[in-house]
Design a protein around this ligand. Structure first.
Ligand SMILES: Cc1cc2nc3c(=O)[nH]c(=O)nc-3n(C[C@H](O)[C@H](O)[C@H](O)COP(=O)(O)OP(=O)(O)OC[C@H]3O[C@@H](n4cnc5c(N)ncnc54)[C@H](O)[C@@H]3O)c2cc1C
Length: 432
């Protein structure tokens, strides 16, 4: 089949393996629910709706998992992009804890799909280290106690010596380890979900951008260049990639880019630096995140910008970041480098709920979407199929104008200010 849009050149696209290319919508359809955007939010929502007997059409402008969902670091861990203490303040203690538990359930959901749908080539590694670049044992131990006491998180604290036995860098001082997190090949996972949606009778259309959304009596009509879908419910899962379909939502989204590089395979060299297949991220406000890949490469991610295009010489830039932490990887040669856009709301928390009659949103997962898209897909599918109202936990997080170009400039300035503060923390050995 001829396709207009293919995946960007990434390690994930190159190692995806044989997969189906879905047709473009070329006629008119009537379904119970039209889901727009086949990232992880749209795929999970469509799958859970199918499991509850709804007829579903999933429209994707480009390819399944073409956005952030097929380009990310692959870390599946509990929590949100937004700060959890701020979440407790906004939602209150009880609802804040319930929301956090939903994010934990999102992690388990992904694990269960991988097992139940026999996605044998998706799980890459277990566990997640959060590493600290400032040496303040008291503060870091206190954060550990807070996470355990407030959210019941099963994480352990590691001192500098234990940390450096795993991550052999003198940049690191302490770490927290979460054994329940894991890492995946996200694009294969997207395709695994898509296969199951189709097995259950759901219809997926690629190269089928939803161009217009209109109300017709109690139904919605969604037009693409090739056809039209009429449905009672619509779920918007378009993240940072749509600017016009439903302006109230797109105006609330701030696209933020982040970057990833993979190296050529170098298992022995990697043994001199990183002794684990768990994922690793430092706690700077926009720090490095990385993991070993099963074929002996290193995946290295980091930085954020509000530019939409990848910076010039991206691979060299990422390699430089890697060497600043692990000079022993001097021999490493980049194999791929790519950018991806994350959708952020002003409060950095997901936008989940009903924004108009039977018009739903599951979006704005920011840099922590692998578990939260699963959570949101289940909440929205249950709301549509069973009138379940657990999604209302997120009602305090409404879509508000994110400031357009001014907002974007603000994000960039905030990032630069945060980077300065991170550097100061590192030098002074304390968090500010
Ligand atoms: C480089 C990078 C690294 C990351 N690392 C991690 C990580 O390790 N762990 C983690 O938890 N999170 C991570 N994230 C965040 C995570 O990937 C996202 O939060 C999550 O994938 C968002 O999923 P989504 O379905 O909301 O959006 P997307 O995956 O962006 O999907 C949106 C889809 O909607 C489609 N679309 C848009 N408009 C239309 C339209 N009008 N009609 C039809 N289709 C449309 C797009 O083409 C796209 O496919 C990372 C993100 C990036 C970019």
């Amino acid at each position: 089949m001829r396709i207009q849009h293919d995946y960007p050149n990434s390690y994930y696209a190159e190692t995806l393996g044989a997969h189906t290319i879905r047709p473009t919508l070329a006629n008119n359809l009537n379904v119970d629910v039209c889901v727009i955007g086949a990232g992880l939010a749209g795929l999970t929502t469509a799958l859970e709706l199918k499991r509850q007997g709804k007829s579903v059409a999933l429209l994707e402008a480009k390819r399944i998992g073409w956005g952030a969902s097929g380009r990310n670091g692959g870390f599946v861990s509990a929590g949100f992009a937004g700060d959890t203490s701020e979440m407790l303040r906004r939602l209150g203690k009880e609802d804040g804890k319930a929301a956090f538990q939903l994010s934990v359930d999102g992690v388990e959901y992904v694990r269960r799909q991988i097992q139940d749908l026999k996605m044998t080539d998706v799980l890459d590694g277990e566990g997640y280290y959060q590493v600290y670049r400032y040496d303040d044992a008291q503060d870091i131990k206190q954060q550990h106690t807070d996470a355990k006491e407030t959210f019941g998180q099963d994480i352990s604290y590691m001192n500098t010596q234990e940390t450096r036995a795993q991550m052999k860098s003198d940049r690191y001082h302490h770490a927290h380890f979460d054994p329940n997190a894991f890492n995946i090949h996200p694009l294969r996972y997207c395709h695994g979900l898509a296969r199951e949606i189709e097995r259950l009778g759901g219809q997926i259309f690629e190269d089928s951008k939803a161009e217009k959304l209109t109300r017709s009596g109690t139904f919605w009509k969604i037009s693409t260049h090739g056809g039209e879908v009429t449905s009672r419910h619509v779920v918007l899962c378009t993240s940072a990639y749509d600017f016009e379909l439903y302006p109230k939502l797109s105006r609330a989204m701030q696209p933020v880019a982040t970057y990833v590089m993979t190296t050529q395979p170098m298992p022995e060299t990697l043994d001199t630096a990183i002794n684990t297949t768990a994922s690793i991220a430092d706690t700077r406000r926009a720090g490095d995140y990385y993991r070993r890949l099963p074929d002996g490469r290193l995946l290295w991610g980091g930085r954020i910008t509000t530019r939409q295009n990848a910076p010039f010489q991206l691979a060299d830039m990422m390699r430089g970041d890697m060497l600043a932490t692990y000079p022993q990887l001097e021999m490493a040669k980049p194999s791929h480098a790519w950018a991806g856009l994350m959708g952020y709301a002003l409060h950095s928390m997901p936008l989940i709920g009903e924004i108009d009659d039977n018009l739903w949103m599951a979006t704005a997962f920011g840099g922590h979407g692998l578990n939260t898209t699963a959570m949101a897909g289940c909440l929205i599918a249950d709301a549509i199929s069973q009138n379940d109202d657990r999604y209302k936990l997120f009602a305090p997080y409404r879509p508000k104008w994110a400031g357009g170009l001014f907002g974007r400039a603000g994000v960039q300035l905030t990032y630069w200010a945060m980077s300065l503060r991170d550097g100061y923390d590192e030098k002074s050995g304390k968090r500010h």
